[in-house]
Design a protein around this ligand. Structure first.
Ligand code: AMP
Ligand code: MG
Length: 408
């Protein structure tokens, strides 16, 4: 699994090292469209028909032939066309046809004039504007041509895709089965919610973070609870996770002092690398494989655990799930106040991004200690400060990454 070099490993190297080893491990299944929300599409979708399927009116108004306007006289109405009830009668010269939005335009229609630009009189309809050829006509196939590629495999189906598929008459789709991930927290100090704390105890919060982020990713979670720092219990948990899940995520027990423990176990059961990442927060990180499942060991500090999940584990799990994942677009903003930073690690500081008089500006949420949860809960973005960069003065430009669906 490599990278046990002692030197700090840059984030992109770590990510690349993991992604190279991973591939999709989720089989496909067929689902009715309404059940496919948030699932990963496992087929390429081409349009089986043209959208719209026929030329139709974009406005309520009147369909006409341009030549009929030459005389300048009002045009009597020859008939009506409604959405779902096309006009199929005769269309005598010198007449127009009343038409509603979405109705097929009668053969020969050259323009639809919206009713607000017309006047109804005893002799017919007077047109107050000069229409152009094709005005207010939605052409067959102008949205999607029959046979054209509509959606790529690997896409996560959102509320924007379901209606698109429905408009194509697609009732079932081929999607990936959800990835299944086992999780547990390690640490003798951790207590579950609903139990009193003895001196030295804290509540286990990481498990709720990891579980919530897995849920956001549409991943099935097998929660194995809190495992004390005890080799026999850890061993049993590793074996169960390996048997029942595609991957295992643990928090805690990967930093210096504890790593030997987990390391010994994992080396016995599988293959493992313990990395010191050149990122802040979140230096210690473990990645490896058990006989069946992949393993991700997150640091115990709550903010480190969330940031390493977001930056490293999320893309890795996405690949296992068959999801073509893309990070949110980074933005440039002005630091509205000085930011503390030492060169050497890539910082993911927690920030508050807002729109100021001169464009986007960002502030720190305060203490950036990796144990300070409030720095995360009040933030709406990362302030991403490059590895080599030192402290930032007010007014400097910094890169920010708005929080994505994973954290929202
Ligand atoms: P570790 O990585 O196990 O050395 O833990 C680093 C710090 O994170 C310690 O202060 C732990 O008490 C804390 N920590 C570890 N696991 C959790 C957890 N599940 N929930 C909250 N804090 C934790
Ligand atoms: Mg611990």
């Amino acid at each position: 699994m490599g990278f046990d070099t002692g030197a700090l490993l840059p984030l992109d190297k770590a990510l690349q090292g993991m992604l190279e080893q991973l591939s999709c491990r989720c089989e496909t299944e067929q689902l009715p469209l309404p059940q496919a929300l948030d699932r990963i599409l496992a087929e390429e979708i081409s349009s089986p028909l043209s959208v719209p399927p026929f030329d139709n009116a974009a406005m309520d108004g009147y369909a006409l032939r341009l030549a009929d306007l030459a005389a300048g006289a009002p045009l009597p109405v020859a008939g009506k066309a409604f959405a779902g009830q096309p006009y199929e009668g005769e269309w005598p010269a010198g007449h127009c046809i009343r038409i509603m939005t979405g109705a097929p335009v009668p053969a020969g229609t050259e323009a639809v004039v919206m009713q607000e630009e017309t006047q109804e009189g005893a002799n017919g309809i007077t047109f107050l504007t000069t229409p152009f050829l094709g005005q207010n006509i939605r052409r067959r196939g102008e949205d999607l041509a029959e046979g054209s590629r509509v959606l790529a495999s690997g896409l996560r189906l959102s509320p924007r895709e379901l209606p698109l598929l429905a408009s194509l008459g697609i009732a079932t789709v081929t999607v990936r089965r959800p990835l299944k991930v086992a999780i547990f927290s390690t640490g003798d100090e951790l207590k579950p919610l609903g139990t009193p704390l003895a001196h030295g105890d804290i509540y286990d919060s990481n498990r709720y973070a990891v579980k919530a982020m897995l849920t956001r990713m549409g991943i099935e979670c097998l929660d194995l609870g809190i495992i004390p720092d005890d080799p026999a219990q850890l061993r049993a948990a590793f074996i169960q996770a390996d048997r029942e899940a595609d991957a295992l995520i643990t928090t805690g027990g990967v930093s210096v002092g504890e790593a030997d423990f987990t390391k010994q176990l994992l080396e016995e059961l599988g293959e493992i690398g313990f990395w010191k990442l050149a990122i802040k927060p979140g230096k210690p990180f473990a990645f490896g494989r058990l006989p069946n499942a992949w393993f991700f060991g997150l640091p115990g500090n709550p903010v480190s655990a969330m940031v390493t999940f977001d930056q490293l584990v999320q893309p890795a799990l996405a690949k296992l799930a068959g999801h073509h994942f893309a990070r949110p677009l980074p933005l440039q903003a002005m630091a509205a106040e000085p930011l503390k930073k030492a060169p050497g690690r890539l910082d993911f500081q927690r920030g508050i991004l807002s729109l100021g008089p001169n464009g986007l500006e960002v502030r720190s949420t305060g203490s950036q200690d990796s144990g300070v949860f409030s720095s995360l809960s009040r933030a709406n973005c990362y302030i991403v400060l490059e590895q080599a960069r030192g402290k930032v003065a007010a007014g400097e430009t910094v890169t920010v990454e708005p929080f994505s669906g994973l954290l929202l």
